[in-house]
Design a protein. Structure first.
Lengths: 294, 188
């Protein structure tokens, strides 16, 4: 596809400016390589995440709508949203306001900015999969990552519920596998692609997150993976920052680096490792990456 | 707590309130229990998700609002995705939480709504979540001052937490949240 769109609105969300800064940095690096231009209007706000939808239906819809209206007013129709939680909340708000007239009326009244709902919310996987043509791959891939054996972990929010998200196959997605395979990274089949990591329970019922993270890490090790690729800052935080706790509780050692799929793409495209923020990970991927042929 | 059906619960307005908040018809449920079978957190729940749905149908407000289940639900949407009857179970959980908060029911998992409230307050202040401030507030709210301090230090060291809060859309967000509060009070 040569006429694929290359200018997008960019809604990073709160996590990509703090705990998930690696995702922001590596996503932008990959966009630069692919010739994608990102427009980020000033003034976007939090999507509300779980705290929004568990406390108020109106707040849960109004927060993302206020942000989306900002982009709409700036004349941006296609917004790429890397954080899976922001992506899900934006799509849910679009879906709900389109199907619930009363909610739409209330949202319009409280948001205080007009919103026609004419924006399209995209995640980086769907943007990249259209742009990564075989010809493009040939010119861009400069570094073979033959030592990698990756399992792709999509988590909950990218595909569920399918009626709202309308992205990939909800129980067995393949988009991330296809993208990584296209640039020569081996991805393995496993059964935990869309299992839950516990999400925001990390700060309140940490024991649950530790148990769910252990199940995911255990399965990754069982199929022989040496890294887990993710596309969600919450999945990353739970699997990376809690990994030591999991190891202590279950008396085992995983030492499996959790990498954003954009970091892997960046590496394959020859972006220097120091520009992809690997140092921010708590489980260091450096020994694994050191095996990369120069 | 077991299901005890009385005329009061059937005639009560709990099922209607949940329907209003969730927009999902629990009467479609035929108790196949697929939601319970696929729930990653069922092992920690006191009332299985399928039983919550049945209890909502029967107007068993106390059983639902006093369960740990409604708070423990991580909103992973596996149940909603797999339900053969198109019952949005995750939305029902949200609706039950909203009703519980509105009616001042003492939550069985107090840290979880405390976290949600702290985060909403954080958005009110900053327009965006400011993790450090939010964690500090959460500690004040729950009294768990030492929880995760080691991990917090490690994350600071790795540059994963920003030190300075932003103040985005300062008046816009506050105005919007005030209008939401007013609208919700009118509808009560």
């Amino acid at each position: 596809m040569t006429d694929a769109k290359t200018t997008f609105g960019y809604y990073p969300g709160c996590s990509l400016h703090s705990t998930g800064a690696e995702y922001d940095i590596s996503f932008k690096a990959v966009c630069e390589k692919l010739g994608i231009e990102l427009q980020e209007p000033k003034g976007w706000i939090c999507c509300g995440a779980t705290a929004g939808h568990m406390t108020s239906k109106l707040l849960a819809a109004a927060l993302p709508v206020r942000t989306m209206s900002l982009y709409e007013q700036a004349g941006i129709s296609d917004i790429v949203v890397p954080c899976a939680a922001c992506y899900a909340r934006c799509k849910a708000a679009l879906h709900e306001t389109a199907h619930d007239k009363e909610l739409k009326k209330d949202v319009d009244e409280v948001v205080g900015r007009p919103f026609a709902g004419k924006v399209k919310i995209l995640n980086p996987l769907e943007v990249f999969i259209n742009l990564l043509t075989p010809e493009k791959v040939k010119t861009l891939v400069t570094k073979p990552l033959t030592q990698m054996k990756v399992v792709c972990y999509y988590g909950c929010l990218l595909t569920r519920p399918p009626k709202v998200m309308q992205f990939d196959v909800c129980e067995y997605p393949m988009s991330m596998d296809k993208i990584l395979r296209a640039v020569g990274i081996k991805t393995l089949d496993w059964s935990y692609k869309t299992d839950c990591c516990g999400g925001s329970l990390a700060l309140t019922r940490t024991d649950i997150v530790v148990k769910l993270a252990r199940d995911i890490l255990e399965e990754a090790r069982a199929v022989g993976a040496n890294a887990i690729a993710v596309a969600c800052p919450l999945c990353h935080a739970n699997l990376d920052t809690r990994q030591t706790e999991v190891e202590e509780k279950y008396a085992t050692t995983y030492n499996i680096p959790i990498l954003y799929f954009t970091q892997l793409l960046g590496l394959a495209f020859g972006v220097p490792a120091e520009d992809l923020a690997f140092k921010k990970h708590l489980v260091s991927p450096e020994p694994l990456l050191a095996g990369t042929p120069a | 707590m077991e299901l005890a059906v009385t005329k009061e619960c059937i005639r009560g307005d709990f099922a209607r309130k949940v329907l209003e908040e969730s927009g999902t018809n629990v009467n479609l449920c035929f108790q196949c229990k697929k939601c319970t079978a696929g729930c990653p957190i069922a092992y920690e729940m006191d009332v299985m998700p399928s039983k919550i749905i049945h209890a909502v149908r029967l107007g068993q407000k106390d059983l639902v609002l006093n369960s740990k289940t409604i708070w423990l639900c991580a909103s992973c949407e596996t149940c909603t995705t797999r339900c053969p009857q198109d019952v949005d179970i995750a939305k029902v959980m949200d609706a039950a939480r909203i009703v519980a908060l509105r009616e001042g029911v003492e939550p069985k998992e107090p840290e979880i709504p405390a976290f949600a409230r702290t985060m909403v307050r954080n958005i009110w202040w900053h327009g965006r979540t400011f993790e450090l401030g939010m964690i500090g507030r959460l500690k004040l709210a729950t009294g768990q001052f030492l929880k995760d301090t080691g991990l917090g230090m490690k994350m600071l060291w790795h540059g994963k937490l920003s030190l300075l809060p932003s103040f985005t859309d300062f008046f816009g967000v506050k105005g919007m949240m005030a209008r939401i509060k007013k609208k919700e009070a009118e509808k009560k």
